[in-house]
Design a protein around this ligand. Structure first.
Ligand code: NDP
Length: 278
């Protein structure tokens, strides 16, 4: 039976560490502050934004909330971002995605100052990650590295296979695993012999966006399996991109859904807000 990598517990430890760091920063007169911008009232986005605000409150980060109507123009949103970029009180800016269709997401992401880009989506943040200089790292992949480190999963010299090459998960994940000295293979929808490649992995990271696609036939005995996917099934229960029941008997360690990668994303967002001062 695989060891369960408990993201809920690990994210709780990180938040408690951050709480202490924020106390110490406050004592030096430094006050981390995140501006959270939500356009429209997509129910899932509202839940994410609320969880982010609750996370800030827990660790002692001040959060400023900007809830704009669905019909907000791109120009108005860009004006708000320019004001937040110039506001010295704010050190992190988060614009909840997706944005309404009439707003160009790329333009909005590029408008956020790379120095306040706590989501790590700005092309400059991605460039810094790519060449290995200091910068904000996309929260979900950064959270996965923490899960591996804090579960004592060796990455140095290990075969890591990532299924998925999106800008927010797959690609930054590959860059981070390279930084951790793994030998990295990135698979996507055009990859031939996917099962065979996945079976080579000491660390298999599934970010494919297909419920339960990765079953035991993709997994080497004893491998560590990280499930990034999150899907709500018709009966209401949540599952990932990995078929947990099938893979659990083959893997050495595995993240559950829920309670694996998901909670780490917010913990790393909070980390990014605090790291501005570290
Ligand atoms: P995307 O849909 O942007 O990317 C999916 C990737 O999987 C693409 O690169 C695609 O290839 C590849 N892919 C699709 N089908 C196959 C296939 N049959 N074989 C091989 N590769 C395939 O998804 P995201 O990266 O945004 O998210 C991935 C999953 O992670 C989703 O379930 C999402 O909900 C979840 N997620 C969870 C987060 C969390 O906090 N837990 C945060 C972000 C995402 P191609 O490029 O060729 O199209």
């Amino acid at each position: 039976m695989a060891k369960i990598i408990n993201g809920k517990e690990i994210s709780g430890i990180i938040k408690d560490e951050l709480k202490e760091q924020v106390k110490a920063l406050n004592a030096e007169g430094k006050y981390p502050c995140l501006a959270v911008v939500l356009v429209g009232s997509d129910p899932a986005s509202c839940v994410y934004v609320n969880n982010k605000k609750k996370g800030c409150e827990y660790v002692g980060i001040k959060s400023l909330s900007y809830e704009l109507p669905e019909d907000t123009t791109e120009e108005k949103l860009l004006e708000l971002i320019a004001r937040l970029n110039a506001n010295d009180e704010v050190n992190g800016i988060l614009v909840q995605l997706p944005l309404p269709k009439h707003i160009d997401e790329d333009r909005v992401i590029k408008a956020i100052s790379p120095d306040k880009d706590v989501d790590g989506f700005h092309p400059e943040s991605v460039g810094r990650l790519s060449i290995g200089t200091k910068g904000y790292v996309s929260c979900t992949p950064a959270g996965i590295v923490q899960l591996l480190k804090r579960s004592n999963v060796e990455t140095d010299g290990k075969e890591c296979v990532i299924v998925g090459r999106s800008n927010i998960v797959g690609k930054p994940m590959a860059l981070l695993m390279l930084r951790e000295n793994a030998t990295v293979t990135v698979c996507h929808s055009h990859t031939k012999n996917l099962q065979e490649i996945c079976k080579r992995a000491d660390i298999l990271i599934a970010a494919v966006g297909k419920p339960k696609m990765i079953d035991a036939s993709y997994v080497k005995e004893g491998a560590t399996v990280i499930d990034v996917g999150i899907h709500r099934m018709e009966d209401g229960h949540l599952c990932g991109d990995v078929d947990f029941d099938s893979v659990e008997s083959v893997a050495g360690a595995i993240t559950p859904v829920p309670g694996g990668v998901g909670p780490m994303t917010i913990a790393m967002l909070l980390y990014n807000c605090v790291s501005y001062y570290l």
